[in-house]
Design a protein around this ligand. Structure first.
Ligand code: MCU
Length: 416
């Protein structure tokens, strides 16, 4: 905190205390156990201003810290993820508040009601749960942002519960002027930096708090997936990227702000294709934080791109489902992001924990039968602990190719 944050009488006001609490919680946050790396030395997180950012027309190197230091170990990668997460929150998504003062869950009629109290204010929201007729309680579950547009019969047949998360209640997306509307903003103020995708990611975190403390809901909070289609797919990726308790992330046909790369989408647009770009998205809806509008025509200044947002999920499960027939999503952009994010999983020695599958079909967010095998395999491996499931998928139809030389000027290190 700087002197400017202290008021004239020399005291720090209540809002500063809330912020300080967030910073402290960030510092003591647990490191993920599943990497086998428990305590990397703490590195200071860089905090560049917009004007200090350097232009980079390639997809930025995930394996170089912001100051240029190399990432050579898995412990370094954990620190690099923290750095990427901070930069992505500062410049794109807005900040996710840390654990609030209290979260309570109550369960009745197949519905869990989540009540969150922070800084003397409370909100609550309810999520419906539909239980499978097979499988074992407590059930693994897939959280649908908005609604679940995946092939739900595949999920229930495998014994997964489906949870509907009412994202629009938390953060509105009914046009650019709806910024700051919804229960998240009732709690944290309408000028909070978070865009609605981050408001949803925060809400899913609170849902998980409630699932953990509400045994009556009968959900295994250690085996949770998150999904969503289209705009809700952008949200699903945000949930997986910013919450280590999500075991499997499945964004579906999410395009720009999700599975696409800002840089490659701009390039596709420059070739005359009708692809959604940063310049357009900031005018459509408040999905991103307000700081992102600075990048509408300067995405090459972003110190990350969406291969690194997908990389925030690593080494956890990630299955990207796309539709190469929908021009607006940016088929080359999504494939390029998928291939480069996969390089992160390769460096971590878990290439098969991330899959990419794009099949062209005319119905946006319909789920073609040809993509069911990969869905089944990822659910088995990450939600049902079936290590025999084969999840090596890098599927792309329609002659879409990955031009590595144009986009990537870094190599895959073998992280120790
Ligand atoms: C792909 O998701 C979005 C897209 O980003 C928007 O530009 C468009 O308006 O809506 C799509 C969507 O959510 O469709 C249901």
């Amino acid at each position: 905190k700087t002197a400017g944050d202290v008021d004239a009488s020399g005291s720090i006001d209540a809002i500063d205390f809330a912020l300080m609490k967030q910073y402290l919680l960030k510092i003591i946050e647990k490191f993920p156990a599943d990497t086998g790396v428990v305590n990397p030395p703490v590195r200071p997180i860089p905090d560049p201003s917009y004007s200090e950012l350097k232009t980079n027309s390639k997809l930025p190197d995930p394996f170089k810290f912001y100051n240029g230091d190399e990432v050579t170990t898995k412990a370094d990668w954990i620190n690099r993820q923290k750095e990427i997460s901070y930069l992505a929150q500062k410049f794109e998504y807005g900040f996710k508040p840390e654990a609030p003062d209290s979260v309570k869950g109550s369960f009745s009629s197949n519905k869990i009601t989540v009540t969150v109290t922070d800084n003397g204010k409370s909100i609550s929201f309810s999520c419906s749960i539909s239980y499978p007729s097979t499988g074992k309680a407590p059930y693994p579950a897939v959280i649908g942002i908005g609604m679940n547009t995946l092939n739900t019969s595949t999920l229930t047949k495998l014994g997964c519960a489906l949870i509907t998360f009412p994202c629009d209640e938390l953060g509105a997306q009914s046009g650019a002027s709806s910024r700051g509307t919804g229960k998240f903003y009732d709690l944290y103020g309408k000028n909070h930096s978070a865009g609605s995708l981050m408001a949803w990611a925060w809400g899913v975190d609170r849902l998980i708090d409630a699932l953990e403390s509400t045994p009556a809901a009968n959900i295994d909070a250690k085996h949770l997936g998150v999904t969503g289609g289209s705009r809700y797919g952008k949200g699903a990726l945000a949930c997986g990227a910013f919450n280590e308790r999500i075991a499997l992330t499945i964004p579906q046909e999410s395009g720009a702000g999700g599975a696409a790369s800002w840089r490659v989408s701009d390039w596709q647009k420059s070739k005359g294709q009708n692809v959604q770009t940063a310049g357009q998205i900031v005018t459509e809806n408040p999905w991103q934080g307000s700081a992102f509008s600075q990048f509408g025509s300067s995405v090459t200044k972003l110190p990350f791109d969406h291969h690194m947002i997908e990389g925030l999920c690593a080494p956890r499960g990630l299955l990207v489902i796309e539709n190469s027939q929908m021009e607006w999503l940016g088929n080359v952009s999504c494939f390029t992001t998928g291939k480069t994010a996969h390089m992160i999983y390769e460096a971590l020695g878990v290439p098969d924990s991330m899959g990419y599958s794009s099949v062209g079909h005319p119905d946006h967010c319909g789920y073609p039968a040809s993509q069911i095998p990969e869905l089944e395999a990822f659910v088995k491996k990450f939600l049902l602990d079936d290590s025999s499931a084969s999840t090596a998928y890098m599927k792309q139809d329609g002659g879409v190719t990955f031009d590595k030389a144009t986009w990537v000027d870094w190599d895959i290190p073998a992280l120790k």
